[in-house]
Design a protein around this ligand. Sequence first.
Ligand code: MG
Length: 376
Amino acid sequence: MRELAGYAVSAASSRGRIFPEKPPQGRSEFQRDRDRIIHSGAFRRLEYKTQVFVNHEGDLFRTRLTHSIEVAQIARSIARHLSLNEDLAEAISLAHDLGHTPFGHAGQDALNGCMQEYGGFEHNLQSVRVVDVLEERYAEFDGLNLCFETREGILKHCRMDVAARMGELGERFLKDQRPSLEAQIANLADEIAYNNHDVDDGLRSGLITLEQLETVPLAARHLQDVRVAYPELAGRRVVHEMVRRMINTLVTDLLRQSTDNIVKQRIETLDDVRMAPALVAFSDELNREQRELKRFLHQHLYRHYRVMRMSAKAQRIIRDLFGVFMEDARLLPTQFQAIGSEMNRARMVADYIAGMTDRYAIREHRRIFAVEEDPL
Ligand code: MG
């Protein structure tokens, strides 16, 4: 095995699992976490959950599954280069979206709206709930019983009142501490992945154009590089050459800046990492450029009227389902029929809806609301 830096997370420095288990044979603790995540039901469902485009809109668009794999690839490269725990960065990346609702952010917003009186709904928190509680795969415990550091990485942010109820996972928010570098990497790898693949998918869908991207410095200068290097090149290859250059620039910048931060802050141990400000970071310049790209995507892609129409439809589906299940719990599949308070029922309904894939939600909506279909 490669030598890990002194500030990396290792099995030896890990705070372990809630239910103690024998150390794994032939793989590391964090490889075991990764394997448990990949074998989970929630992971398989990511294939049919939207990133930006609803799952059935085109077979070439990213889904949450391919997104998560791209995040893991970027995170592993960065972790390896910084002599950090690649297996942990990979496990966090693969699990980071497990709690996402169907229909991307539109779905999350709608479900959060429905859950306002019941503590709200937050997909980060739901990802932790999936790996801690909801997966039913093991005889001895609920959830996947992952290592503390994997769970900590999944819980990217957290409201203070929620943190106070989260036990050891909430501590770092209350104490204003940072998570491991591996978790910080997974977080920024997520950003690199989605900004770039949304450019790619946005162009593929025709909702944004290369001409528009020429107003965005990060894209424009890489597009220019491609055009200078290959004046004859046209079509999709121009886009791919631009996107791969952007990813490369962002990753290289991140490596340089993060190494700098680690040296300047004299980081030697995992405790140093927790006490320091966020160390995994882009340079100021790239940060600025990334923000501009994000702004562009918000304005021209995420708020494109065709995306907005789909989002509105998606939100209606989520609200309808939530409403009808809260009104009459008998319509829920038996295992989701919580007994007890209205609060409990709302959480069960949210679990059920959050676990749905895009197409399952559409079908479930049709089964309940469409009179012309066989409702069974
Ligand atoms: Mg993500």
